[in-house]
Design a protein around this ligand. Structure first.
Ligand SMILES: Cc1cc2nc3c(=O)[nH]c(=O)nc-3n(C[C@H](O)[C@H](O)[C@H](O)COP(=O)(O)OP(=O)(O)OC[C@H]3O[C@@H](n4cnc5c(N)ncnc54)[C@H](O)[C@@H]3O)c2cc1C
Ligand SMILES: NC(=O)c1ccc[n+]([C@@H]2O[C@H](COP(=O)([O-])OP(=O)(O)OC[C@H]3O[C@@H](n4cnc5c(N)ncnc54)[C@H](O)[C@@H]3O)[C@@H](O)[C@H]2O)c1
Length: 558
C-alpha cells in the first residue's frame, strides 16, 4: 500500500527506452510506479533515432524515392504519436505524468508544479545532441539528428559535422537520395573509436556515393552567405551549404533534474556515475571507468574491481549474500495493479482534482521499436530486499529507497539494447534481487551499407587500457558467399587478450554483419575457449564462415 495518496514506490524520470521498460516491469512485479515524460513516451529510439534512421537506410538500399522513404519513415515512427505506448503502460499499471520532472528533495518530485513522493528513483533521462562551440554556429539554423529524421526536406547541399555513427548513417541517407553531402570530421578518420579498417572501408563506400570527406578538419566559423551557409574549415577549406547537420556527439541529460538535492554532485554534460548494479553514486565515490566497464579487467596500476567480475560459470544474476533481510522499505508487493485501473485517480499534492493518468490513449500506429519495447513480462522475481550499500544516505530515507540510473544518462554503451539491459538490471535490484551488469559484449553497430559491427575491446580501447591484443583478420572476398552475392566489400578482425588467452573483441564490416557476428558476442560474453570456437561449424556459403580462419589463427598463436 502506498504511504499516502501521492506516494509512489518508484518514480521513473524519463520515459525513453530505459524508463519505459523499467516502469512496465516494476509495475508488473506489483510496484506502484509513476513514469515522468516531458516529450514522447518511448523517447528517442522509436521516433527520432534508431527506427527512422534504419527505415531511411533501408529505403536508400531499395532505391526508393525520397517521398516514399519519408512516408515509410513516418509510418514506422507512428507519425510521432505515442498514444499506443502510453496505453501499454497504463495497461501495465503505470501512472504516466506528463511534464518536466524535477527532484526537490529526498523522496520528493515536482512535475510542473504538482508534487509527488517516492521511495525509489530511476533516472533515465537520456542524452541530447552536443553542439560544438563554433563561431557563428548558434546564429544559423542547424539540424541535429532529431530534425534530420523527422522533417520532409531534402537539402541540395548538406554539411555533416561529425563522422561518428550518426554522421555516417545520415551522410549515407542524404547522399543516397541526392543531396551533395560533405562530412567534416575533426579526427583523421571516420568511426574513430573503432578499428581503423572499419572507418576506412566505410569512407571508401561513402566516397563512391559522392560524399566529400574532410577528415582532420573542423569548422572554425560559420555564417550566412548570399546563396546559403558558408563554413570556414580549420584546414583552410571553405564549404557552401544549404543545411548543417550537427552530429558531433551527445551529452547525458543531467541538468535541471534537481539531483543535487539528493547529495549527488552533478556535472553538466557528464554521465551519472553508476556501479555495476546501476546504483548511482555521488561523484568521486565510484571508481568505474568506461575502460574497466568494457574490459572487466583492471587497468595497469588500478585495483581490481571485483564487483564487476563474474566468477567462472556463474550466471550474471545472483542473489546478494546480504540481501535477504535488509528491507524496511514500505512497499506492499501484494497491492499492485491488477489491470492498470488503480492509478487513474491519483492526486498530486498541489493539484486539487483531476486525473494524472495517461493522456493520449488512442494512438493510431504502433511505433515499431521491436520486441517487448518495455512491456515484456518482468524477467525477475519479486522480493522484499533493498540495496545493501547505504542508499538511504543519498536519498535521506532511513531504511529504504535508492537512486538508480539506466540508459544514455549513465554514459555506458549508449545504445538502445544497452539501455534495455541496464533497465533490467535496475528492475532486479529495485526488487531486491541483486544483479550486476556485464558490459563486455555489448554490440556497437552502424547500419550503413556495408554495415559496421563491433563488440568488446577495440584496438583503440586496448591501447588506452594497456591491454596486449593479438589480432587476426579475414577479408570477406575470401568467402564463397561474397562471390555468390557479388558483394566482396568487408573484413572481419578478431582480438584476443594475449595474457588471458581469450577472445575479447571483434570488428566486422560487411552485409548484415550485425546478424552473423552475434555468435562472437556470445563467445566473448561466455569466455568460450578458442579450442571450442574453432570446432564450431558454419553453414556454407555464409559470411559467417569468415570467422573460422582468424579463430584458428588465434588458437594457434596463443
Ligand atoms: C540518430 C541516432 C540513431 C541511433 N541509432 C541507434 C541504433 O540503430 N541502435 C541503437 O541501439 N541505438 C541507436 N541510437 C542510440 C539510442 O537512440 C539511445 O541509446 C537510446 O534511445 C537511449 O535511450 P534512453 O532511454 O537512455 O534515453 P531516451 O530515449 O533519450 O529517453 C529519455 C527520455 O527522458 C525524457 N526526459 C528527460 N528528462 C526529463 C525530465 N526531467 N522530465 C521528464 N522527461 C524527461 C526525454 O524527453 C526522453 O523522452 C541512436 C541514436 C541517435 C541519435
Ligand atoms: N547504430 C547505432 O547503434 C547508433 C547509431 C547512431 C548513433 N548511435 C549512438 O548515438 C551516440 C551519438 O553518436 P554521434 O555519432 O553523434 O557521436 P560520436 O561521439 O560517436 O561521434 C561524434 C564525432 O564527431 C566528431 N566531432 C566532434 N566535434 C566536432 C567538430 N567540431 N567538428 C568536426 N567533428 C567533430 C568527433 O571527432 C566524433 O568522431 C553514440 O553514442 C552512438 O552510440 C548509435
Amino acid at each position: 500500500m502506498s504511504l499516502s495518496q501521492n506516494h509512489f514506490d518508484v518514480v521513473v524520470l524519463g520515459g525513453g527506452t530505459a524508463g519505459e521498460l523499467a516502469a512496465a516491469e516494476l509495475a508488473h512485479a506489483g510496484r506502484d510506479v509513476a513514469l515522468v515524460e516531458n516529450r514522447l513516451v518511448g523517447g528517442e529510439s522509436p521516433y527520432f533515432a534508431c527506427v527512422p534512421s534504419k527505415s531511411l537506410l533501408l529505403s536508400a538500399r531499395r532505391g526508393e524515392t525520397w517521398e516514399l522513404a519519408v512516408a515509410r519513415r513516418d509510418e514506422v515512427t507512428g507519425n510521432l504519436d505515442d498514444g499506443r505506448a502510453v496505453a501499454r503502460l497504463a495497461e501495465a499499471g503505470v501512472t504516466v505524468l506528463r511534464g518536466w520532472g524535477r527532484i526537490t528533495g529526498p523522496g520528493v518530485l515536482d512535475v510542473d508544479g504538482a508534487r509527488y513522493r517516492f521511495t525509489d528513483l530511476v533516472v533515465s533521462t537520456g542524452s541530447e545532441p552536443a553542439v560544438p562551440a563554433v563561431e557563428g554556429l548558434a546564429d544559423v539554423p542547424v539540424w541535429t539528428s532529431d530534425e534530420a529524421l523527422t522533417v520532409p526536406d531534402l537539402p541540395r547541399r548538406l554539411v555533416v559535422l561529425g563522422g561518428g555513427p550518426v554522421g555516417c548513417e545520415m551522410a549515407q541517407v542524404y547522399a543516397a537520395f541526392g543531396s551533395a553531402v560533405t562530412v567534416v570530421e575533426a579526427s583523421g578518420r571516420l568511426l574513430t573509436a573503432e578499428a581503423p579498417f572499419a572507418g576506412e572501408i566505410l569512407a571508401d563506400a561513402l566516397r563512391r556515393m559522392g560524399v566529400d570527406l574532410r577528415l582532420g578538419a573542423e569548422p572554425a566559423r560559420v555564417e550566412r552567405g548570399p546563396g546559403g551557409l558558408r563554413l570556414w574549415l580549420s584546414d583552410g577549406g571553405v564549404l557552401e551549404a544549404d543545411r548543417v547537420l550537427v552530429a558531433a556527439g551527445r551529452r547525458p541529460r543531467v541538468e535541471g533534474l534537481g539531483l543535487e538535492t539528493l547529495g549527488l554532485a552533478v556535472q553538466p554534460g557528464r554521465p551519472l556515475p553508476v556501479d555495476a548494479t546501476c546504483h548511482v553514486h555521488p561523484l568521486g565515490s565510484s571508481s568505474f571507468t568506461t575502460e574497466t566497464r568494457v574490459l572487466n579487467v583492471p587497468r595497469p596500476g588500478e585495483p581490481a574491481e571485483t564487483e564487476m567480475r563474474l566468477p567462472n560459470g556463474m550466471a550474471p544474476e545472483t542473489v546478494h549474500p546480504n540481501g535477504t533481510s535488509a528491507g524496511t522499505h514500505a512497499v506492499d508487493a501484494g497491492t499492485g495493479h491488477p489491470n492498470g485501473t488503480a492509478t487513474a485517480t491519483r492526486q498530486p499534492d498541489a493539484v486539487g482534482a483531476g486525473t494524472q493518468h495517461a493522456e493520449a490513449m488512442d494512438g493510431a500506429v504502433e511505433p515499431s521499436e521491436p520486441a517487448d519495447g518495455g512491456m515484456g513480462h518482468p524477467d525477475v522475481a519479486d522480493g522484499g530486499m533493498r540495496h545493501p550499500d547505504g542508499v538511504e544516505n543519498v536519498m535521506g530515507h532511513p531504511g529504504g529507497g535508492g537512486v538508480w540510473a539506466a540508459g544514455d544518462v549513465t554514459g555506458v554503451a549508449r545504445t538502445t539494447h544497452a539501455a534495455r539491459y541496464q533497465a533490467r538490471v535496475v528492475v532486479a535490484n529495485v526488487l531486491g534481487k541483486h544483479r550486476e551488469a556485464d558490459y563486455r559484449a555489448i554490440p556497437r553497430v552502424v547500419y550503413t551499407a556495408p554495415t559496421v559491427y563491433a563488440v568488446g575491446v577495440s584496438p583503440v580501447l586496448a591501447e588506452q587500457a594497456g591491454l596486449r591484443l593479438i589480432s587476426a583478420g579475414f577479408d570477406l572476398s575470401g568467402t564463397a558467399r561474397a562471390a555468390v552475392d557479388a558483394d566482396d566489400r568487408g573484413r572481419v578482425e578478431l582480438y584476443a587478450d594475449a595474457d588471458r588467452g581469450l577472445l575479447v573483441g571483434a570488428a566486422a564490416v560487411g552485409p548484415y554483419a550485425e546478424e552473423w557476428m552475434s555468435e562472437i558476442a556470445l563467445a566473448i560474453r561466455a569466455e568460450t575457449p578458442l579450442s571450442l570456437l574453432t570446432d564450431v561449424v558454419h553453414a556454407f556459403p555464409t559470411f559467417g564462415e569468415a570467422v573460422e580462419a582468424p579463430l584458428r589463427e588465434l588458437a594457434g598463436r596463443l
